[in-house]
Design a protein around this ligand. Structure first.
Ligand code: S3P
Length: 472
């Protein structure tokens, strides 16, 4: 994409979100909200225009709450994502003795210091969130407490061995030994041992869980990654005062954290989530005559693979007014509708756009020619099997897509027939991807449920409609 630093003149207020005061609420609204299906259709839309802000980045929001809880003093967070996944993490840290609450337009976390959290009174419910669960497993590992962790049907199917394996090597105990999915009970220890661990899968969640546990261990814990994954944990640990260093040796990244860390509460401003902005950006590319700006979006290069790919497809995507905010690069992203061509997306790019493949596949359906997306094994273990759900959703809407191993090929013809109903499998990103596709398809596209969208992007429909999209 093109990058320059001109300031854009248009301004719109950021989305207004209902705040929840976590400490007095029931464990999970997700469970009840997700009880009844709420289908929705997206039909052909007029041009999208205007400037909007997307809510705060989900990855950074989880981490701000967790590092605030592990620091001494108060952490103030502006722009925290107030979606179910993050609210469940706020509840979890509160149940462990750090108080996370909203006051005015910011959140505060009164931390307990590394190793200072306490036994919760009941189970911790993480709803739909793999990130919340896995990062908090790293937290529990370093405390002499036993914690029951639960989640919804989607989360209860997701693999936890990838985190439990290394944490067990450090000293975590799984009470129901051998069990590798939620619900399960884990018992931590104040005597964790440091490890050096090479990630078998490119996962920022696994990396982060080990580094968080390492804060509590005696000595240095190192994680080695062959392919770089999102680095918010490393950046934020440094910002909170922990000892972290990153070195590249023999083409691999070694991240080392010093144990028995001391961290101090800090002020955090959460930038806009590029994974949420993706739906708006893709909609603007697809709907003829569109021209939008998404303000204040995180453009850390471990997260911008989609934007690189869209540009290679011929998309008119520009990063404006690039700047730094709270240790992360941000920009305003301008997107204008474009004629697109199919491309080959290299496997090494997957970690930097892992959550964006469903919407990229929907965009590829409108391109001319094939788009080949390689290295997608991790998509099979997200909130749903996203590889299968994406291919099925395309095929019920008249687009040929094939899966060979971990490669997805979408045969773009420039036009999408639409008219199908997509099974979302409790997956927010499948729902939003196809509600984006329907805005430019010949016949409306229906998704069987939208309730899960609240786990990451409750403002999705409102923001799309503000830009001019029509749903019904
Ligand atoms: C996340 C990492 C990614 C991503 C998830 C958030 C994080 O998962 O899919 O939505 O905040 O660390 P993996 O690291 O397991 O691929």
């Amino acid at each position: 994409m093109r990058r320059h630093s001109a300031t854009c003149g248009r301004k719109n207020p950021s989305a207004v979100v209902q705040a929840s005061h976590v400490s007095h609420e029931k464990p999970s609204e997700a469970a009840s909200a997700h009880g009844e299906a709420r289908p929705l259709s997206a039909g052909k839309s007029g041009p999208l225009s205007g400037s909007v802000r997307v809510p705060g980045d989900k990855s950074i929001s989880h981490r701000a709450l967790i590092f605030g809880a592990l620091s001494t003093g108060t952490t103030r967070i502006r722009g925290l994502l107030e979606a179910e996944d993050v609210i469940n993490t706020a509840r979890a840290v509160t149940a462990l003795g750090a108080i996370a609450e909203k006051s005015g337009d910011e959140w505060t976390v009164k931390g307990r210091g590394v190793g200072g959290l306490s036994q919760p009174a009941g189970p911790l419910d993480f709803g739909n969130s793999g990130t919340g669960t896995r990062l908090m497993m790293g937290v529990v590992a370093g405390h002499g407490i036993a914690v029951r962790m639960t989640g919804d049907a989607s989360l209860s199917r997701r693999p936890m061995r990838r985190v439990l394996g290394p944490l067990k090597q450090m000293g975590l105990e799984i009470v129901e030994d051998g069990k590798e999915t939620l619900p399960l009970t884990v018992r931590g220890t104040q005597h964790l041992v440091p490890i050096v661990y090479e990630l078998p899968v490119p996962s920022a969640q696994v990396k982060s869980a080990i580094l968080i546990a390492g804060l509590h261990a005696a000595g240095e814990t190192a994680v080695i990654e062959k392919e770089p994954t999102r680095d918010h944990t490393e950046r934020m640990l440094k910002y909170f005062g922990a000892g972290v260093r990153t070195e590249v040796k023999d083409g691999k990244t070694h991240i080392t954290v010093t144990g028995h860390a001391e961290m101090e509460g800090r002020d955090v401003t959460v930038p806009g989530d590029p994974s949420s902005a993706a739906f708006l950006a893709c909609a603007a590319l697809l709907v003829p005559g569109s021209d939008i700006i998404i303000e204040g979006v995180l453009v850390n290069e471990t997260r911008t693979g989609l934007y690189t790919t869209l540009t290679e497809m011929g998309g008119d995507v520009t990063f404006l007014n690039e700047r730094d905010e709270g240790g992360e690069p941000i920009a305003d992203i301008r997107v204008r509708s474009s004629k697109l061509k199919g491309v080959r997306v290299p496997a090494h790019r997957a970690p930097s756009m892992i959550d964006e493949y469903p919407v990229l596949a929907c965009v590829a359906a409108f391109a001319s020619g094939d788009t080949v997306m390689a290295g997608l094994a991790e998509l099979k273990v997200k909130e749903s099997d996203r590889l299968a759900a994406t291919a099925d959703g395309l095929s019920v809407n008249g687009i040929a897509a094939s899966i060979t191993g971990d490669t997805l090929v979408v045969h773009g013809t420039g036009k999408v027939p639409g008219g199908g109903t997509v099974a979302t499998h409790l997956d927010h990103r499948i729902a939003m991807a196809f509600l984006t596709m329907g805005l430019a398809s010949e016949k409306p596209v229906t998704v069987d449920d939208t309730a899960m969208i609240a786990t990451s992007f409750p403002e999705f429909r409102g923001l799309m409609e503000r830009l001019g999209a029509t749903y019904g």
